[in-house]
Design a protein around this ligand. Structure first.
Ligand code: PMV
Length: 313
């Protein structure tokens, strides 16, 4: 069995995070500038079923049987073996690496899962349908998020822009004209689970207010979909700004995110918002392509620890 590798991109949510957990639509796109990679090599001399896992970035060097049953890597592997009906896999070493910042809203958990699942299938000479890959990654997302909408595993698996509604069939998005975005990282790691949990508590205390915020986000997402599909990308700027306002009202922004959003707007971005779980992590800004570097520099001056410029096609 030869060595096999698989990789999966990061992602950003353009519109609709948080409201998507409550049934509203959201739009997300893959970010191919960053990725997670899984490499599997056979362990010839080892006893069958010996599985070694190395993930240097998180200081992991262990055998699979040393991981707890709810470890995300163990759950991804178990899901892949079950989907492939493999009871005793041949011995192998799995090495995981990733350039996707962790707990930053860029889908690192989902990308690592998808890379692992596809590498296992490839190593065993099998293939798994995208739906199966995404479903397994969703099980892993539950460990990270608690009650995930499923958007991360979908975008990362399919690697295409998506219009997503929880528990509905996948809808990929036709991009009428390319548009450029700058991602700015606050450098603050913020577990999505906490932001989602706190928002749920607030929603339970005052469902009327929050349901109307979620509905307003849903409207923005519909308008954004129409703008993206028709190539009227200039219209996306004010929609990003509006969505950021909704997220502030939901209590999931932070002073650091607001500073970066303001810096992006002041340096020529057409619109900006936080992206993902919030409270830290990343924000995104829509830019005319020639302004991308200026906005990226302005974000760095305003405290961004990392910026990524990319074009959605
Ligand atoms: O922080 P991220 O980008 O992994 O995603 C969070 C998106 C939420 O809508 C806040 C939660 C979810 O499960 O959709």
């Amino acid at each position: 069995m030869p060595a096999t590798s698989a990789s999966a991109p990061g992602k950003v949510i353009l519109f609709g995070e948080h409201a998507v957990v409550y049934g509203q639509p959201a739009i997300a796109v893959p970010v191919n500038q960053v990725s997670a990679k899984a490499i599997i090599t056979p362990l010839i001399a080892a006893s069958p079923a010996a599985i070694q896992i190395e993930a240097p970035a998180i200081g992991l060097d262990a055998n699979l049987d040393e991981l707890s049953a709810d470890d995300p890597i163990a759950v991804a592997l178990a899901g892949a073996f079950a989907a492939l009906s493999v009871e005793q896999p041949p011995a192998f070493k799995l090495r995981i690496s990733s350039t996707i910042p962790v707990a930053a809203g860029l889908g690192s958990g989902a990308a690592v899962s998808v890379a692992i699942i596809r590498a296992v299938a490839g190593f065993l000479g099998r293939s798994l349908a995208d739906k199966a890959v995404s479903d397994i990654a969703y099980e892993v997302e539950k460990l990270h998020h608690g009650t995930p909408s499923g958007i991360d595993n979908i975008v990362v698996t399919y690697g295409k822009p998506v219009y997503f509604i929880k528990n509905r069939q996948l809808d990929t998005l036709r991009v009428g004209a390319p548009f450029s975005l700058v991602i700015g990282d606050t450098g603050i790691s913020s577990p999505t689970r906490e932001a989602v949990g706190d928002l749920r508590t607030d929603w339970q205390a005052d469902p009327k207010t929050y349901d109307s915020l979620f509905a307003a986000v849903g409207e923005v997402v519909q308008q954004a979909r129409a703008a993206i599909e028709s190539g009227a990308t200039g219209a996306l700027g004010p929609l990003l700004d509006a969505n950021h306002g909704h997220l502030q009202a939901m209590g999931v922004s932070s002073p650091e995110l607001d500073v970066l959003v303001a810096a992006a707007r002041a340096s020529g971005a057409l619109g900006a918002k936080l992206s993902g779980g919030g409270r830290g992590g990343n924000m995104i800004a829509l830019v005319e392509e020639p302004d991308a570097d200026t906005v990226a520099l302005a974000l760095q001056s305003a405290g961004a620890t990392n910026t990524i410029v990319f074009t959605v096609r």
